[in-house]
Design a binder for this molecule. Sequence first.
Ligand SMILES: [Zn+2]
Ligand SMILES: [Zn+2]
Length: 426
Amino acid sequence: MRKMKTSLGVAVTICLAIGFIAGRWSDGSGQRTYAQSALASKAQPARISPTKALADRDMYFPGTEDLAPDEMRITALGTGMPTARPKQAAACFLVELGNGDKFLFDIGSGSHERIAAQKIPYDFLDKVFIGHLHVDHFGDLPTFWLGGTVANRLTPLRVWGPSGSSVELGTAYAMERMKEMYKWDLRTRSGVIDFRGGVLEVNEFPFDGINEVIYKENGVTIRSIPAIHGLDGAVSFILEWKGLKFVYGSDTIPNKWFIEHAAGADLVIHECFLPPTLLVTRQGFAPLEALTVGTQGHTSPEQFGKVMSMIKSRMAVGYHFYNDFDIQPEVLRRVRKTYDGPLSLAVDYMVWNVTKDDIRVRMAAKDEEVWPSPALKEKIAPDLSTSIAFSEFTKSGVEPFSDVVGPIYDEINELYGTNYEPFFKD
Ligand SMILES: [Zn+2]
Ligand SMILES: [Zn+2]
């Protein structure tokens, strides 16, 4: 690992192992690594100047690059396991298209802060596709939904997810109960902020649809295929736009639908779980548990490689394991038993820029001190009459501190030409 201080003052860690993998997939694949791209470039004056910015950058700095009209950018915002850890959130991938559309595929626990780090206004992040209802695939939906309303989202949040084998095992049921669970939270926000972004649109589709269209807008088509994981009610997604095809497996063991319908895609993300030996030695599983979970409930690296050998995508992306310096070589060794094509073993903040001609793999810089983007619409003043619903008991406890709060109101009223008064007065 090397530590690099960027010109923006953002401390960034780059995993050198990525270079190794990039080197592997560049062999004979027609893909260029960053290093090869830089070597191929003729104009290099900025690289030798002590004062000029770099002509080209081997990192992605969110919010600083235009997306070409025919370009797709995919960012890994959660690549880990249900077990929380600082390095890897649970499953979440952002797909951004040159037509301006953005899609989140899964929104697992811990992923919201990584989404925020992309510095994208929440109004642009209004479409979430959930592959199945494991907490590591949709655990951060509540914080993204409700937290987004105080981060200036003014557009309803739209969610797509599969049905289950019964009504109560489907996405719509889960979303309704999520609203119930957060009733207190919802109540506190009404009348206090512009809450248009708190509207939740839920689109449940049959889990057993095979390559059925579940979304078709603005030149983008998304289809679902059944996945085999946990219970009935898990799916994988296929997004097609302008001749580019992106596939997101969510969680599944190898299955015939995936092999048939993901074939020939440009970029395919499929789980690549820890090998059973490591589940035993590092995670404390019993041997039978490790075999069952690692090969019958999830996809081992060898199974992942076999799937990718059959699909032959321009880029195979494996995720859903602890991608550490001592684990990645073993996962890679096992994948390479069954697959020798283009490969990325994903870690959080890995970015793929996909066009017809090129797939460029980099890491994104992370600004730890990110703030919400400004609202994209004019805010509607809330109806204050509905905002304070305290009982007389609670109100009797308020210390209004008018001598302190009054000047704070005066300051705002003077700055913005308003005439507001505090609720609580002495
Ligand atoms: Zn799962
Ligand atoms: Zn999972």
